[in-house]
Design a protein around this ligand. Sequence first.
Ligand code: IPM
Ligand code: MG
Length: 375
Amino acid sequence: MTYIEDFAKIIEEQLVRVERMKNAQDAPDFAAMDKIVIGTIDGDGIGPIIMDSCRAILEKLLADEIASGRIELRRIDGLTIENRIAKMETVPADVLAAIKECDLLLKGPTTTPGKGDGRPNLESANVTLRRELDLFANVRPVVIPEKNIDWIFYRENTEGEYALGSKGVEINDDLSIDFKVTTTAGTVRLARAAFEYAKNNGNKKVSIITKANIMKKTDGKFLDLCRQVAEEYPEIEVDDWYVDIMAANLIDDKINSNFNVFILPNLYGDIITDEAAQMQGGVGTAGSANIGGRYAMFEAIHGSAPRMVEDGIAEYANPASLCRAAIMMLRHMGLASKAEVLESAVDGAAVDLFMPGDGRGNTAYDFTDYVLAHI
Ligand code: IPM
Ligand code: MG
């Protein structure tokens, strides 16, 4: 009966998390802060290469603020797969403590050991950080001007299939069970963030994506709560779709430009945002913000590309996605004009440089030089 005890413990932990969410801190008022500490976390694989590029760019862009001490760029080391395995901790305690001393984080990709790749079964560092820092909204814009597409995805970032992703049970050789979690507090805060964005940006249309016909309890709750929050925004047009048909809609050029803001549970958001980023030009082109109360973390949407490192072509990694994350961070801090300067340079690089990521064309160093020359 030990499974039943384990399950009771899981439920208790989730109920404690619900109480914590109810008492969560509000976002800081950056304008009122004397000093803002931005932690930069290289990660592993192509992470150090693309982060070097971004750091050099931010050092130039924020030179005055750094010189005056208003902004500090602080390197956080040790979030590498080697160090994590050596310590057998997904996010080593000293690294997590250093991260929690920052206000904002810019993070490179980190390798997640895969099933059967011979490495210890550590949880994804992303998932751990999103949970530890309670970064509940994963915000991912995708813009394709020539198709008139202007999308922004509000992906739930701490619940769904991810909340207990490493706590599933292999009952025996014949049976495995995983869990999916939806909470009222977790859903409402995400929905509110998405509707506030829609309202503050000209009452954009909001589309709720679930599979509530199958995942009746969890997605059913998610859909009901998003619909309830929508009632507070009567001026905003709202529709809801199942995730399978939405995956099709996104690549249907007759209708895809009709969508603006999406609200999705965690796993569907993971999948759909890769599809959307690919339409924009590849997962290397999209930025991603993880927004919580006290903390916010900005990262590339892609992984650590260990294959590029093995093939000796890591220097051909494109820093654009991480730079787009930095642009979102600058906007989040209220530095909109700096964000625009960087955005136009990164847009220019997308046109003038050729970076297919397969060892041909321009390198990350060419990208850095290009952007430095255009800011
Ligand atoms: C993402 C990534 C992560 C996720 C991985 C690295 C755990 O795919 O940020 O979309 O699944 O959320
Ligand atoms: Mg993903």
